[in-house]
Design a protein around this ligand. Sequence first.
Ligand SMILES: [Zn+2]
Length: 395
Amino acid sequence: MTDRLYYTDAYAVEFDADVTACAPAGDRFAVTLSATAFYPTSGGQPHDLGQLGGRAVMDVVDEEDGRLVHLIDGPLDAGTRVHGAIDWARRFDHMQQHTGQHVLSAAFETICKARTESFHLGTTSATIDLGRPVSAQEIAAAEDDANRVVWQDRDVCVRFVSAEEAATLPLRKESGRTGMLRLVDVTDYDLSACGGTHVARTGGIGLISVTGWEKFKGGTRVEFRCGGRALAQLREWRDALAAANRALSVSAAELAPAIERLQDENKALARSVRAFQEQLAGHVAAGLVTTAARVGDRVVVAQALDGWDAVGLKAIAASVAATPGACAAVFSTSQPALVVVARAADVPVDAGAVLKGLVAQFGGKGGGKADLAQGGGLTGDVAAIVEAARAALAQ
Ligand SMILES: [Zn+2]
């Protein structure tokens, strides 16, 4: 059994202990100690990082036999005394989130009668899953009460009791464990069996901020950030909001209606561009027919056109094909190129086959019928693509 210093002192950053064993474990070394301040991954809280005897601690694992295994990047000699130091910034962040979770879960239980089913502490945010759906008003009420408790700076005490004694106490969640239980007591607010690390007073949590929520398994998944993470999130949102405000020259409160207004304007613009394109397509097609090469009595249009999208190219090709005896292959000048092939009913050319031949030669994809086919993704010299199409249409 490893003596777990964090059980009684979550603020122990440095310590000395004896190496009881060291064995290779893949590309790492598994080390056990007589005592440790390193917290293992357990109860929803990630493990500590840090230094041990000059080596980097990469992972800390809680074994079922009570041993606590440190996975480090080099060997240590068994029997020697080593100095350890945990990464305090990482640990304190976990302590803020974890203690905040106790208080927030108790607030949801007290204010909304919503039970916490599970807890996850991630790298940027933490979540609790509530057993029933909660409204925005209920979330705000629980958040308010949780922060009231934070700002009252109540003691967070740890004590050990037998499972029998624990059964007589008002624990927020009954524990399935036997033997001695470690209880974490947020004075007059939350009593839970927990092996994690916590701040000594609720003031150390700083702030509990609910940063999002969603429906989850018939209940609600609540995302929250405490202390330093809440501050980091506030900064991120402040900068994003300031950039958006500058771009639109409006205040934060005016942002959503300003975006809606822009979207409406954009849709209206797209509609009028489309209408102009359709009108223009007819004129462009007429010009192409006038200047097109004649192959016998066939009018062959093959041209790359600047500034047209797939819909516009299709309108032009179809407009050319409305002329008896005409066929067309029109391309975008952008790379990879868009293409539309069309022919009049009296022209014995298979538009689909022409497109297929172009795709075989220049890549991309597409398809269609004998009278109209379209595609995209063609790459290569535009003049060469156009010339290949002209040759295919002339056959
Ligand atoms: Zn805890």
